[in-house]
Design a protein around this ligand. Structure first.
Ligand code: HEM
Length: 390
């Protein structure tokens, strides 16, 4: 199987899982002569064990490639650092994203936000859960934690999306990156004078070896955290709602027994993660599954494919509750494992529970198109039309 055998996959509408299933069987390390974004020969890892190994071995598989690609739009970011430098900078914000530190955000921010969104349509008996809930919810949570005004969340969502898709539209990505920085500058300056209880304050007061962070590092953090918080969980929540609504018996069971909600979340992350791949570059000549990978070649780790690997997950293409507890790779693994995973799980848990509490007899609207989870690197539905008892 070579790259010429593979179908072209559209970034926004692709259904890549059949291609990845074939790759795991026939050619688990895909070799491409170039990609849309990069003239270099490059490789894709599709099996669980290989994906784990690559993401844990930062000395052989460097994250520096993220500086070349998404770093153009985000700036100086931890996602592109390696080794001790990465640990030092990640530790500056890691405490704010620990599960215990997040509890207060649940009561103060997450619960009130989701209720406020549902208040707006609960009396209607119908809604689009993407348009009216998921696309507005995690973005407001991350704005609150970072310390930017909630009133501007729609602007942040737009910038976040334009930054994330910068490699597809360079000019738009750069314009969003500059606009976000210009917007943040007065807020950063005001926290220097008057600290508050938020992440911007943590960043402007942080020191490494007695030195304050440079502006490049501060804006790099902010341009990573805001899109990472805004663009990921909302899609996963759409995927979880799609799974439940297309399995009405399971929806009824979960509605009656909320102890199943964490399992719904983990199975959805395994089955349809919103972030299907992570990027590395070979720091030296190496090999995976006997396939030689020369130094300097980009390596995509397809975590979406790894999470369907039949050698680990029986009937991996199916969303199914009651599987034996097995870790998945939706949040990656190794030094760069998702910093926001506890926040994502909290938002999903609270969001799903409040939706099930407040929208009784929730079901797909039979007169509207059914939701479709789609996309190549980021996956989610663009619409979930539902009915419920008002
Ligand atoms: C369901 C939602 C989410 C998914 C599926 C997800 C997925 C991932 C993955 C796969 C990585 C690893 C990247 C790599 O190894 O190169 C990652 C890293 C990261 N994520 Fe998430 N993420 C989610 C939510 C969030 C949230 C809510 C935040 C909030 C700030 C966040 C912040 C980050 C950051 C800062 C990193 C980089 C960590 C580092 O480089 O050390 N993520 N995420």
């Amino acid at each position: 199987m070579s790259d010429t055998d593979l179908p072209q996959l559209d970034f926004f509408t692709a259904q890549p899982y059949p291609t990845w299933e074939r790759a795991r069987r026939e050619c688990p390390v895909l070799h491409y002569s170039s990609s849309d974004f990069d003239a270099r020969e490059n490789f894709s890892i599709t099996k669980f064990g290989d994906a784990e190994k690559v993401m844990r071995d930062w000395e052989t598989f460097s994250s520096s490639i993220n500086g070349e690609v998404i770093g153009q739009y985000m700036g100086d970011l931890i996602l592109a650092m390696n080794g001790p430098e990465h640990r030092q900078y990640r530790n500056l914000v890691a405490h704010a994203f620990r599960a215990s530190a997040l509890e207060r955000w649940d009561t103060d921010v997450v619960v009130p936000l989701i209720h406020r969104l549902i208040d707006k349509f609960q009396a209607d008996g119908k809604a689009d859960l993407v348009v009216q809930v998921t696309s507005k919810y995690p973005v407001q949570v991350i704005c609150a934690i970072v310390g930017v005004p909630l009133a501007d969340f729609e602007q942040f969502h737009q910038w976040a999306e334009e930054i994330n898709t910068g490699p597809l539209d360079h000019e738009r990505g750069m314009a969003a990156s500059l606009a976000m920085r210009a917007y943040l500058e007065p807020i950063v300056e005001s926290r220097r004078v008057q600290p508050e209880d938020d992440l911007i304050t943590d960043l402007v007061t942080a020191e490494i070896d007695g030195e304050k962070l440079t502006d490049e590092k501060i804006y790099g953090f902010l341009r990573l955290l805001l899109p990472a918080g805004a663009e990921t969980t909302f899609r996963t929540m759409g995927n979880a709602l799609t799974a439940l609504l297309t399995h009405p018996d399971e929806l009824a069971r979960v509605t009656a027994d909320r102890s199943l909600v964490p399992e719904v979340i983990e199975e959805t992350l395994r089955w349809e993660t919103s972030v299907t791949m992570t990027s590395r570059v070979a720091a030296k000549d190496t090999e995976v599954e006997g396939v030689p990978i020369p130094a300097g070649c980009p390596v995509s780790v397809i975590v979406g494919s790894a999470n369907h690997d039949e050698s680990r997950f029986e009937d991996g293409e199916e969303w199914k509750l009651g599987r034996p507890a097995q870790t998945h790779l939706a949040f990656g693994t190794g030094p760069h494992q998702c910093l926001g995973m506890h926040l994502a799980r909290l938002e999903l848990r609270t969001g799903l529970n409040v939706i099930l509490d407040r929208l009784p007899n929730l079901r797909l609207d039979p007169d509207q198109p059914a939701p479709v989870i789609e996309g190549f690197a980021f996956r989610g539905p663009t619409s979930i039309p539902v009915l419920f008892d008002a």
